[in-house]
Design a binder for this molecule. Structure first.
Ligand code: SF4
Length: 260
């Protein structure tokens, strides 16, 4: 990490300054200050498409990353192909989880163990998503996310600039924090951006194929994620640390870390 990463006070002041500003203002500032040690995080949902389009106008060399968990729907890869056509200079890091812990987890619990308990699901999200992401973030000074306050209760108070203490105190920009779902779709349509065809089948949030389903009218946007769970946060642990009960011990065993 470089020495000029922001501290909490500076990030707080900037967040106040950026409140009410357009997302492009935040993105441009982030690029000027941190590129090339800056990358956009995407799960190939509409917010990621908006961020990429905005950032690409400012700097076509902007970097983007996502995690290919091994369980993504085919429609997501069709979208990735469309993105390469639309943005010829796209610099996408498609991260993979390490084979050993995935193999060990599947061998022990079976391929669809995430349906059996919240702990199992969180373990799978840790192994397949969070660990590869943590490893990638360790090489960056800042990242840009598509988080919005209207997505879920755990996101209702996010600021546009934060220090990400869960990931080495790098800077986390949330330029779309103030936007609504409608704002995002208006932008997607206005700029004719490629989007995941699952949205046309009733999905309002898209993740891994076995853990996402369409939502009904009136349901929360993320209600289709891990729909079989009740009372657990609709989060995988990337954007907020989750109380994981007893899984830390097993996680350490899976990744071959027996330090206590
Ligand atoms: S969303 Fe489902 S399949 Fe994907 S990493 Fe999490 S538990 Fe595993």
């Amino acid at each position: 990490m470089s020495v000029d990463v922001l501290d909490d006070l500076e990030a707080g002041e900037l967040a106040v300054e950026f409140e009410g500003e357009e997302p492009e203002v935040v993105i441009e500032w982030a690029i000027e200050r941190f590129s090339p040690s800056l990358s956009i995080s995407t799960a190939f949902q509409t917010d990621g498409a908006v961020l990429l389009h905005m950032a690409y106008q400012i700097d076509p060399n902007i970097k983007m990353f996502s995690v290919d968990t091994g369980r993504l729907p085919g429609e997501t890869f069709e979208l990735i192909e469309q993105m390469y056509e639309r943005y010829p200079k796209l610099q996408l890091d498609l991260l993979s989880p390490k084979a050993e812990p995935v193999n060990a987890m599947v061998k022990k619990h079976g391929p669809n163990h995430f349906y059996k308990s919240v702990e199992n699901r969180l373990l799978c999200c840790q192994v397949r998503k969070v660990l590869p992401l943590q490893q990638h973030l360790a090489g960056l000074d800042a990242w840009i996310t598509g988080l919005r306050r209207d997505q879920w209760a755990t996101r209702s108070d996010i600021r546009k600039v934060e220090i990400d203490h869960d990931h080495g105190a790098i800077v986390k920009f949330n330029p779309l924090a103030e936007w609504s779902e409608e704002d995002v779709w208006d932008y997607v349509k206005e700029h004719d951006l490629p989007y995941n065809s699952l949205y046309d089948k009733g999905y309002t949030s898209i993740g891994c194929a076995p853990c996402t389903r369409p939502t009904q009218k009136g349901e929360d946007l993320r209600a289709g994620r891990w729909w079989w769970e009740s009372g657990a946060p609709k989060e995988c642990g990337i954007h907020c640390a989750i109380e994981t009960g007893g899984l830390e011990h097993e996680l350490r065993a899976l990744i071959g870390d027996d330090s206590e």
